[in-house]
Design a protein around this ligand. Structure first.
Ligand code: ADP
Ligand code: MG
Length: 287
């Protein structure tokens, strides 16, 4: 039978905003050793502000409009932010043949033109040359009918409790904190330095995140646990691969919440520290 303490532990965790999907995960949490986190939406707010629009052979307004239209059907945090910045309703009847290329961006037919919006990787894949942008932030490039038309610079902010979460994890005995992201190395290094993370891997495709987690799994004993914390979009495979998959409950995608073993209801990364604390207390009482 399941000791009553487990119910108390799961109840205590839920009062701290952490949904633990079974007593086995309480036991696992108490043995966590490595914590791997996604950047966008997990450590950062995932709400990007447009800081610059650099249009080439097109007006800034038109560049923003074509971008927002191409992004019409995407639910990615970057897409939501670009549409918010455009600020006008989108006539979706003008948008067709939409393709979302994970870790790259989107492609769509907008009023008969092929609009491609995304990172340098996407531009390289379609043979469009881009310059190195030195300004800080995430660069979203735009090509229309295969021709470069400029970029939109966007920037995200750390969540209020991200730094506290990393400090708390260290205090809780976590030996390694790692951040994985599909964003550029430039942005990732800034965030990692700010937060004092042990390791950072950038410009990863969803499959690369799984490989990286597998690499880290091989560095620990069976008893020690690896936690992955993610916000969802494209994260379901890596959430399942980790010993303990943790998803954001409010911002997170349904697929991620489904694939996760633990859900942070308030999207606060420091709640995972609370959950580890509760799990340890609970396991001390059980044994
Ligand atoms: P993360 O690991 O930060 O969650 P993703 O794998 O979701 O990142 O995306 C990686 C990168 O791919 C983004 O930083 C962005 O450059 C590009 N990208 C992804 N989706 C979109 C989109 N809808 N529009 C534009 N760019 C996108
Ligand atoms: Mg993501």
């Amino acid at each position: 039978s399941i000791p009553l303490t487990f119910f108390a532990g799961i109840g205590g965790a839920s009062r701290a905003g952490v949904l633990v999907k079974g007593s086995n995960y309480l036991d696992a949490l108490s043995r966590s050793k490595i914590v791997v986190m996604d950047k966008t939406g997990t450590l950062t707010k995932g709400v990007f502000e447009v800081t610059k629009v650099q249009a080439v052979d097109i007006s800034e307004e038109e560049l923003l409009e074509m971008t927002a239209m191409a992004e019409a059907f995407s639910n990615h945090p970057i897409s939501r932010s670009l549409k918010e910045a455009y600020g006008k309703p989108i006539d979706t009847s003008l948008v067709s043949d939409v393709e979302e290329i994970s870790g790259h961006g989107v492609k769509a037919n907008v009023s008969g033109k092929v609009v491609q919006v995304g990172n340098e990787k996407l531009m390289n894949s379609i043979g469009v040359q881009v310059e190195d942008i030195v300004e800080p932030g995430t660069v979203i490039h735009v090509a229309i009918d295969g021709k470069y038309h400029g970029y939109i610079l966007i920037s995200d902010m750390l969540k209020e409790h991200s730094k506290e979460a990393i400090i708390g994890l260290k205090r809780a005995g976590i030996s390694k904190t790692v951040m994985l992201t599909g964003d550029s190395k430039k942005v990732a290094d800034l965030v990692a330095a700010d937060l004092g993370l042990d390791e950072v891997c950038a410009e990863l495709l969803p499959g690369d995140k799984v490989s990286k987690v597998e690499e880290l799994l091989a560095t620990k004993t069976d008893k020690e646990q690896l936690i992955f914390v993610g916000d969802g979009i494209n994260d379901a495979p890596v959430l399942s691969r980790a010993d303990i998959g943790v998803a954001m409950g409010a911002l997170g995608s349904d697929a991620a919440i489904e694939a996760a073993d633990v859900v942070l209801m308030d999207d606060d990364p420091s709640s995972i520290v609370k959950a580890i604390g509760i799990s340890k207390k609970c396991m001390r009482i059980v044994y």
